[in-house]
Design a protein around this ligand. Structure first.
Ligand SMILES: NC(=O)C1=CN([C@@H]2O[C@H](COP(=O)(O)OP(=O)(O)OC[C@H]3O[C@@H](n4cnc5c(N)ncnc54)[C@H](O)[C@@H]3O)[C@@H](O)[C@H]2O)C=CC1
Ligand SMILES: CC(=O)[C@H](N)C(=O)O
Length: 361
């Protein structure tokens, strides 16, 4: 079905291709970006491509966007072989972020309006393979940015608390401050923020970027420094034990996935005139491993957590403790819904019902 649609669209769309170095006047870019809002009086939806879509954020993001815009409007993509559940839940396509032509074909064939660019190597895994992180996080970003410029798409790129470093104020960390991160992940995200802002000012690109804290959900995280806050639920509920790789008093900003994805959607649909800037901090709460364990112990009284800090401790020690997202709250009305109590309650129920009870004995 997708293939048929793509083939039919191909002939017409190729004619719209612009030369790579074309400078798009601001007014034209905005007109084009708004075209999905009305189509001869009929309301239509943006066609959305999610890159790196089979990670912790992508699958849930597709669910949320499909609930808003319809199943066929959201194309999940990644380099991973999808499960049958993914394939049955809506369009899925192979897309390597390093393959510019391949991405270009997808954008053209499917008449993509928005790119949600999730492909990345996260903080801990990035340190284990710096050359690959440079390619995926920096070259990959260049590819989507250039495509977004050429085809006048709205583009969302997540940044992170990891875009700050030991020279940044940590408590609180404001929206604009010193950013000298010490991981390749952080360096690549600062680069993405600056490139996106530059393309916005120079070419009128509708670049939107939120700096997320650690995101907590029952989908497995991809190798970050904040992953303990997911792993402790799985290990704690399964075995009653967990060995934490951060010290008990390591405070980091965090957010439940529903808040994270709602912030993304609200930000993507916020009117341009409300946006004072293109990169905003967003968060919901901050806690330490021992504070999380104390809450979790109410559900698992026998829970035993030991602490054995590893190289991730150094990363966490350079990141914000309290994230100041007052500018997002002021400019486009960001409000979180989930605090630590609600988050723990939801995670315990979700992991118990959907993983522990369903696991083969
Ligand atoms: N999960 C979190 O706590 C946070 C995530 N973010 C950002 O959100 C985005 C999504 O994060 P997660 O879903 O947690 O990451 P993840 O690590 O779970 O997923 C990343 C996906 O990128 C894909 N990928 C890797 N190389 C690729 C390539 N060459 N072409 C296409 N795809 C490729 C991987 O297969 C993977 O499915 C990332 O950019 C991350 O930096 C930001 C802050 C917090
Ligand atoms: C906060 C992030 O960006 C991510 N979860 C990581 O720990 O690398």
């Amino acid at each position: 079905m997708l293939l048929r649609k793509a083939t039919a669209a191909l002939g017409g769309c190729l004619r719209q291709q612009l030369p790579r170095d074309v400078v798009v006047p601001l007014a034209t870019a905005h007109q084009h970006q708004r075209r999905w809002l009305s189509n001869g009086g009929r309301k239509t939806h943006p066609k959305i491509l999610i890159t790196g879509g089979l990670g912790q954020l992508g699958v849930e993001c597709a669910k949320l966007l499909r609930s808003q815009y319809g199943e066929e409007s959201v194309i999940l993509s990644d380099i991973i072989k999808p499960s049958s559940e993914i394939v049955n839940s809506g369009p899925y396509i192979f897309a390597d972020i390093l393959d510019f032509k391949g991405l270009q074909k997808i954008v053209v064939d499917h008449r993509v309006d928005w790119i949600i660019h999730f492909s990345a190597l996260l903080s801990a895994i990035g340190e284990q393979n710096v050359p690959l992180a440079v390619r995926v996080n920096i070259e990959g970003m260049h590819n989507v940015l250039e495509l977004a410029k050429q085809y006048k798409m709205r583009i969302f790129v997540p940044s992170t608390i990891g875009a700050f470093g030991p020279d940044s104020p940590r408590n609180p960390t404001p929206n604009v401050t010193i950013q000298r991160p010490r991981t390749i992940y952080g360096v690549s995200k600062v680069h993405a923020e600056l490139m996106g802002e530059y393309y916005h000012h120079k070419f009128g690109l509708d670049f939107r970027c939120l700096r997320f804290p650690g995101v907590i959900s029952s989908d497995p995280p991809g190798g970050g420094t904040t992953d303990y806050a997911v792993a402790v639920f799985f290990e704690g509920l399964k075995t009653g034990k967990y060995q934490c790789y951060l010290k008990p008093d390591t405070r980091l900003p965090m957010m439940y996935i529903e808040d994270c994805l709602r912030s993304l959607l609200e930000f993507m649909t916020a009117p341009e005139e409300k946006l004072q800037r293109r990169v905003y901090n967003v968060t919901a709460m901050s806690f330490t491993p021992e504070e999380l364990v104390e809450k979790l112990s109410k559900y698992i009284p026998e829970l035993h957590v030991s602490y054995r800090p590893d190289s991730r401790q150094l990363i966490a020690d350079s990141w914000p403790q309290i994230f100041d997202d007052s500018e997002a709250r002021r400019d486009w009305g960001w409000q979180h819904k989930y605090d630590l109590d609600k988050l723990v309650d939801l995670m315990v129920r979700d992991v118990t019902e959907n993983y522990i009870k369903k696991a083969p004995n």
